[in-house]
Design a protein around this ligand. Sequence first.
Ligand SMILES: CC(C)(COP(=O)(O)OP(=O)(O)OC[C@H]1O[C@@H](n2cnc3c(N)ncnc32)[C@H](O)[C@@H]1OP(=O)(O)O)[C@@H](O)C(=O)NCCC(=O)NCCS
Length: 196
Amino acid sequence: VLTLADVAADPAGYATELTPVGGTVFVLRPLESGDRAGLRVFFDGLSTRSRDLGGVWDDTSAQAAEHCDAIGRYDKLRLVLVDAGDRIVGLLEVSFDVVAADVERFRSYGIDLGEEDARFGLCVADAVQGSGVADLASTATFELARRFGRARLILWGGVREDNVRARRFYRRLGFTELGTCREPGGELVRDGLRRL
Ligand SMILES: CC(C)(COP(=O)(O)OP(=O)(O)OC[C@H]1O[C@@H](n2cnc3c(N)ncnc32)[C@H](O)[C@@H]1OP(=O)(O)O)[C@@H](O)C(=O)NCCC(=O)NCCS
């Protein structure tokens, strides 16, 4: 079973080339400590809507620094999608820690979350949305999560009810939509689960 320390020790060993139909080559690879500036540029380049839906902080510099400082520690596996010009155009995140609030909410759907579960979320640059690369990057991330010994993924923080695009995307990728709940900010979000 893979660990975060394994990935942090050899990030290049976990890089994958992705070639969407008719497109150029992208690479999906673990986030590295030297990605701080590139990650910030990626966050700053997102449209207001993608930033909002993708959970980007107001202080993108602090967020990029936090993500890079957290590599190989805590519970998160972060992968970046990089284009042919070596620019970060996507961030895919897996958390191997399912929080108490998730456990409680999923219990109300008749699902017991535990050691075999992880959370998944992603955000790709507006310019590459609709290209199919997000599908390929997600599938590669699922494969890696499986190697960590996980059997199911839930949507990290759920998907906003009005985020029709992401809901279709997740459904196409095999997520089952479950119930809804309200975020602290009042937004209605829908839970989702997928077997790995
Ligand atoms: C969610 C995300 C990763 C999806 O990747 P994508 O490349 O944009 O996905 P697609 O273009 O394949 O779109 C998914 C589906 O929505 C449809 N769609 C696209 N734009 C749409 C729109 N404005 N309204 C309704 N449907 C839309 C697509 O046609 C596709 O439908 P299909 O299943 O019939 O093929 C990407 O849009 C993204 O990063 N968004 C910003 C952050 C975000 O929302 N993250 C998810 C948070 S839970």
